[in-house]
Write a protein that binds this ligand. Structure first.
Ligand code: SF4
Ligand code: SF4
Length: 439
């Protein structure tokens, strides 16, 4: 029997393709293969998906999920489990009808048990099909968000070069522009049309990436969109109205809108965006979306977003939109646990006030965080999680990381000619003690 705190069905059903074409298990993994030497080996530009599916790396990953030692690359799920939030691991396991409570019994009764047992007996080999594709289709982006990285944003590529955080001649060759990489992907899609049930697309901002339209039309043109759940993530600068007709053909569509704050910190964190316009776009989408479409706010609670995070929860509650957060694990200098003790106390106070105003709920065994019909439950869960995040102890090297944060933001804000003081006085005061000086 696998360990209930480690088992995850992802390596049997999902494949993730990073910006550079490297393969990973899922989008939630920290320490991805992206940009590494190994990522050049396990890469769609070198190995077709069918060959990778039973490669040594993926066989090992399956054996790890059946074993007793957690995969360090799955720290985000472990952190979420720790603070009582629905981890992606728990959510994905429900697709194999495996539940965190009653794990042993549900695992034994899982319709996928034969796949897990086959792998256990055959050094991680599997005969299962990929059901879920999570793909990064390009880096074109109009934003330069603080927690993102140049692999995912052309605007960040420019800024990081100006800041000399990456060399001026650094190039980012996207796999989807590579004839072999894209050819391998299309060949896989054409041969596996009936087994793909979930397609999740990220960028960049996918609205500016032509392959987004290609993929949205692809399943619709083949007449099988009604068998596929399509989701994608956007920065909210675009409404996607022109896609509504095509998107409504899918079994279900989900738009994840990334926001970190609904007032000034929203603009500070997501440079290039105007939070007022983004909020209006989200409200318009919410009122005009096709029936098969669901919205979710995607947040990344961090040192910079936590002090004003209660405003996001309030706004989401008022507008009836669930939140699905991904705790920040990189860059380390933005970890939420670096917040000063006094600011952590204030976070707990602010979020507790919201929690106390929410309608009371019956204790649930498992909560689908993105279910818009159970908003009270998801908001309770969100509040409790953020309170637990604010209780996380600072790491042992916290002061070094706070100094790094102050130094990086000083450099970055001077480039942009802005000052944190104009966005958050409390964060300005905290980081000034570690050397922050904006423009
Ligand atoms: S444990 Fe979490 S991060 Fe790891 S593969 Fe499963 S869902 Fe992804
Ligand atoms: S909008 Fe998305 S891809 Fe663009 S910089 Fe922000 S997080 Fe990165």
């Amino acid at each position: 029997m696998p360990n209930k705190n480690i088992f995850c069905n992802i390596p049997w059903f999902e494949l993730n393709i990073n910006n550079d074409g490297s393969y990973d298990l899922c989008g939630c993994q920290n320490d991805k293969l992206l940009g590494t030497e190994l990522g050049e080996v396990y890469n769609i530009k070198k190995i077709p998906i069918e060959e990778y599916w039973n490669s040594e790396r993926l066989r090992n990953s399956r054996m790890i999920k059946l074993g007793d030692i957690p995969d360090p690359k799955c720290n985000m799920c472990q952190q979420k489990d720790l603070v009582g939030y629905d981890s992606n691991r728990a959510k994905e396991n429900t697709k194999s009808v495996i539940f965190p409570t009653q794990f042993d019994r549900s695992y034994q009764q899982s319709p996928h048990l034969h796949h897990f047992e086959y792998s256990q007996a055959n050094q991680g080999l599997t005969k299962s099909n990929i059901h879920s594709l999570h793909i990064n289709i390009g880096a074109t982006c109009n934003f330069a968000c603080r927690m993102c990285n140049p692999n995912a944003s052309t605007r960040l590529q420019t800024e990081f070069k100006q800041l000399k955080w990456i060399s001026a001649d650094k190039t980012y060759n996207h796999w989807s522009d590579d004839p072999i990489g894209w050819g391998n992907f299309l060949s896989f899609l054409n041969s596996n049309l009936n087994t793909i049930k979930v397609l999740h697309i990220i960028g960049g901002e996918v609205a500016f990436i032509p392959k987004f339209k290609f993929l949205v039309d692809y399943f619709a043109d083949k007449g099988i969109a009604n068998t596929v759940n399509l989701s994608f993530t956007t920065n909210g600068s675009y409404t996607y109205a022109e896609y509504f007709e095509s998107l409504s053909k899918y079994k279900r569509t989900e738009i994840g809108i990334s926001i970190e704050g609904i007032s000034t910190m929203g603009n500070y964190l997501r440079q290039g965006g105007e939070i007022d316009k983004i909020l209006k776009n989200i409200q318009w989408l919410n009122q005009n979306k096709p029936q098969n479409m669901q919205l979710v706010l995607r947040t990344v609670p961090s040192l910079l977003s936590l002090p004003s995070y209660y405003e996001v929860i309030e706004w989401a509650w008022d507008n009836g939109i669930p939140i699905d957060n991904s705790l920040l694990t990189n860059p380390k200098w933005q970890l939420a646990s670096l917040l000063s003790d006094s600011l952590k106390e204030k976070v707990i106070e602010d979020v507790t006030k919201i929690l106390n105003r929410l309608p009371s709920i019956a204790k649930q065994e498992f909560k689908n965080q993105k279910d818009p019909h159970k908003l009270s439950i998801t908001m309770h869960n969100e509040c409790e999680t953020i309170i637990n995040v604010a209780k996380l102890p600072a790491p042992i090297n916290a002061d070094d990381l706070r100094k790094e944060c102050a130094a990086k933001l000083t450099q970055w804000d001077k480039l942009k000619n802005i000052n944190l003081r104009d966005y958050s006085v409390e964060l300005y005061e905290m980081l000034s003690k570690y050397g922050y000086q904006g423009a």
